[in-house]
Design a protein around this ligand. Structure first.
Ligand code: FAD
Length: 426
């Protein structure tokens, strides 16, 4: 089976969803290839349940959207579905999202685009260039197929196509820790003031030998639905003694089993220790463990942690990164690095482009940034923004245009971004 399209998007997470919808809205014939049976990536398959990076950092009241177009549309749709608005945490505004709602919103978004074909259950297994166009090999439950496309967007999260096309990529020597997010139901009440008490119970469980030390990496958050919580368990840091490799199937398999083992132990322990948890049970495992960082592209430009810290702006920026760098490298919890004066940082278009190939774009958590900047741009609000830009650029390129000069005008609301002068940058 061979299909021919203008734009092929590999991976339907936050970035791939935005890219595919936005490319289709520009009139391109688009195919979105996704190995799961639903869209949303980490925000659905791994049960990550808040949209970060949608809003500007600020100390005053009120949440202010940072990127118009697709990111703002997703925020509006999620608020309309859950009835929950942004929550202020210090200078950060985060939007609670429910993975079950995200899946349905994504279904509706792709269904509305007549020039967009979604192929679920489709794992891309090879890509090569032939006379300027791309040949994409994929596999669906034993059937092999091929898609021909003018432009590719790699939104796979893991830069899966980089080794296949011989493009530069890297994996940081010390990666952000992975985590295992799972659903819990049946907890009678979960008031904020009891968090410390629960942590104390876990410490007691570890001291008495019932729980492993890994239980210390666990935190809970209400899902917004009655009686439902999400547990997030940070796994495998440098302290674990084992080398963590998110691209190694044996290591990944061990991670999945470890997540389920520790989570089950904790819930069983809390059932015994806390009357509020007596009827608690694990209601949902993720389809896969949450991977914060793996292989990244080395593109035409590389956004650095120092540039995020300075709130640097660029002439060719396609969106704003507003989430501070949230470094989760060890068991001591996240280390935060905020930009000076809470400034947003521009994301250069060249971080979405790779050397040698004008008809290839990248989006999402694997764009061309350094390890520290990845700790900011990986959040879903920012992935929507880079996906949107890649989608628009790909459609322009597929139509025979040059996305460089015209891109800014085609990204919805781009002209509404605060200019460097308006936010106090000389
Ligand atoms: C534990 C944890 C907590 C987090 N907390 C937050 C948070 O609170 N807020 C926030 O905004 N962000 C958070 N993040 C980060 C955020 O969830 C991810 O960085 C973001 O979702 C990445 O989006 P993406 O589209 O780039 O990649 P992904 O979501 O990883 O999507 C990539 C998609 O590509 C598909 N794919 C990959 N390879 C192939 C292939 N060969 N063929 C077909 N399909 C393929 C995958 O199945 C997947 O659906 C967290 C991450 C983790 C792990």
């Amino acid at each position: 089976m061979i299909r021919d399209v203008d734009v092929a998007v590999i991976g339907g997470g936050s970035a791939g969803l935005a890219a595919a919808v936005m490319a289709a809205r520009q009139g391109a014939r688009v195919m979105l290839l996704e190995r799961q049976g639903f869209l949303g990536g980490m925000g659905t398959a791994s049960l990550v349940h808040t949209f970060c990076g949608l809003y500007l950092l600020k100390s005053g009241p009120g949440a202010e959207l940072a990127n118009l177009g697709f990111p703002s549309e997703m925020a509006e749709r999620m608020i309309a579905t859950t009835g929950l608005g942004p929550i202020r945490m210090g200078r950060l505004d985060v939007l609670p999202q429910h993975p079950a709602d995200f899946v349905r919103i994504a279904d509706e978004l792709v269904k509305a685009e007549s020039s967009l074909v979604v192929q679920w259950h489709t794992e891309v297994i090879g890509v090569r260039k032939n006379e300027g166009r791309w040949e994409i090999d994929w596999s669906c439950r034993g059937s092999l197929g091929k898609t021909l496309s003018t432009v590719i967007i790699d939104a796979s999260g893991d830069a899966v196509t980089a080794p296949w096309i011989g493009a530069a990529h890297e994996v940081a020597p010390r990666l952000q820790r992975p985590a295992y997010v799972f659903g819990i139901q049946g907890v009678r009440s979960f008031p904020d003031e009891r968090r410390l008490q629960l942590a104390g119970m876990l410490v007691e469980g570890i001291r008495s030998g019932i729980l492993s030390k890994a239980a210390l990496g666990l935190s809970f958050r209400p899902s917004g639905r009655p009686g439902e919580l999400f547990g997030t368990l940070d796994l495998a840091g440098e302290e674990s003694g084992s080398i963590y490799d998110p691209l190694d199937p044996v290591g990944l398999s061990a991670l999945e089993a470890e997540g389920r083992r520790v989570a089950s132990g904790v819930v069983a322990c809390l059932r015994e220790m806390d009357p509020e948890w007596r009827a608690a049970f694990i209601s949902q495992w993720p389809a896969r463990a949450g991977i914060r960082e793996s292989r990244r592209w080395v593109g035409r430009a590389c956004l650095t942690g120092a540039q995020i810290e300075a709130g640097t702006r660029f002439a060719d920026e396609i969106g704003l990164a507003t989430w501070p760098m949230e470094l989760r490298e060890n068991t001591r919890g996240p280390k935060w690095r905020f930009p000076v004066e809470d400034r947003p940082t521009g994301i250069p278009f060249d971080c979405l482009r790779i050397p040698d190939h004008d008809n290839f774009f990248v989006a999402g958590r694997c764009i061309s940034v350094d390890h520290e900047a990845q700790a900011s741009i990986r959040v879903m609000g920012t992935c929507f923004a880079t996906g949107q830009a890649a989608g628009v650029a790909a459609a322009i390129k597929a139509g025979g245009g040059d996305p460089t000069p015209s891109l800014a005008r085609r990204i919805p609301g781009h002209g509404n971004f605060p200019e460097p002068s308006e936010i106090g940058i000389a």
